[in-house]
Design a protein around this ligand. Structure first.
Ligand code: SF4
Length: 338
């Protein structure tokens, strides 16, 4: 019945924004929810000053209670090691300071990256943008004019990547408006949305979002960010169902992280489970050398051993490409596994 649909949409909309308001920002509360005594880890909590703590409850529900080494907890738990200033690590490892317009990066020939929204539902401690000056690069509707004009003036741009922060932090209305603006530019063919939000907060997959992507004449693709098989559960699968039905291609990129997923059996399980869920494994990234997260780094030689074992045991179509992003390069750099 048509009159019910807006109400359903309103409820879903309210739900993800409510979940967003309720993300856990206190490390003490995070550990208490996991039945871990916070008093044993107080010395680490001050690292939240370097990068705030943010963890949605849905993501916490997938962690193993009582386990301080849980691979999901490790991705979000502040540690005193973040204060170490390590040689070769940078606050801007990918040199993303050259915006061509407010909120717009033109790193690759045919693609631009729009910083649609500052901030994320989850703050991953290894994030290469943990020092990014979002306050200077998150335009509202009025201020997108310069970026849209730049895209319209450059015929080589066929693909627009929505990034952030997390672009799905923007409201459905804002995303629909932005996509509509891009639909007016004839040479833009595709929109790629890079997001971790559906993973850590499945309620974000609203029918409003799905309908906008489904109805757009542009080809819309979503690239998720999932690092460990424990991040996959029924709640996520159910949320992604509407995207699968709408034939929105789903890809995944992972980051190889010490102590989280740096072994072949874990990543093989991840790739197989992703594929079963209708998500195509796409990239396995070597960690970007961001200051404050050196404890996550996996040496390239070890990464190659892991990738070779994956290659031997996975069907070829499930094998993500092992890549490194190098500042200034025209594309991601594949790692030679020989
Ligand atoms: S969701 Fe992505 S952009 Fe946000 S903190 Fe995590 S890695 Fe960084």
């Amino acid at each position: 019945m048509p009159q019910i649909i807006p109400q359903i949409e309103k409820n879903l909309h309210t739900s993800w924004q409510k979940d967003l308001r309720e993300v856990v920002t206190e490390p003490k509360v995070l550990l208490q929810m996991l039945n871990i005594n916070p008093d044993d880890y107080l010395q680490h909590f001050k690292a939240r000053k370097l990068f705030p703590v943010r963890v949605p409850k849905s993501f916490i529900n997938r962690m193993v209670k009582g386990d301080i080494n849980d691979p999901l907890l490790k991705q979000v738990m502040p540690l005193s090691q973040e204060f170490i200033i390590a040689d070769g690590y940078s606050t801007d490892p990918l040199e993303e300071h050259d915006t061509v317009a407010e909120g717009l990066l033109h790193k690759y020939h045919n693609r631009v990256l729009m910083v649609v929204k500052a901030g994320c539902a989850v703050n991953c401690r290894y994030c290469f943008r943990r020092h990014f000056p979002y306050q200077d690069n998150s335009p509202n509707k009025q201020r997108w004019h310069e970026a849209l004009t730049y895209i319209a003036q450059h015929n080589s741009i066929t693909e627009v990547i929505f990034s952030g922060g997390d672009p799905l932090m923007a409201s459905d209305e804002h995303l629909a408006w932005l996509i509509n603006q891009l639909e007016q530019i004839p040479h833009v063919k595709r929109i790629r949305i890079h997001s971790r939000l559906p993973v850590v907060m499945p309620s974000r997959v609203t029918m409003g979002l799905v309908n906008t992507l489904k109805k757009s004449p542009l080809k819309c693709v979503i690239v998720l960010h999932i690092n460990h098989p424990n991040e996959l559960n029924e709640e996520l699968s159910a949320a992604l169902e509407s995207l699968r039905v709408a034939r929105i291609p789903l890809f995944n990129q992972s980051v190889l992280l010490k102590g989280v997923n740096d072994n072949a059996s874990c990543l093989i399980s991840l790739c197989e489970n992703l594929f079963d869920m209708g998500i195509q494994p796409y990239y396995l990234h070597l960690f970007d050398a961001v200051q404050g997260a050196a404890h996550f780094d996996v040496e390239e030689e070890k990464a190659k051993i892991i990738a070779n074992e994956m290659l031997a045991k996975l069907s070829g179509f499930m094998m993500p490409k092992l890549v490194r992003e190098i500042a200034g390069q025209p594309n991601k750099t594949p790692i030679n596994l020989a």
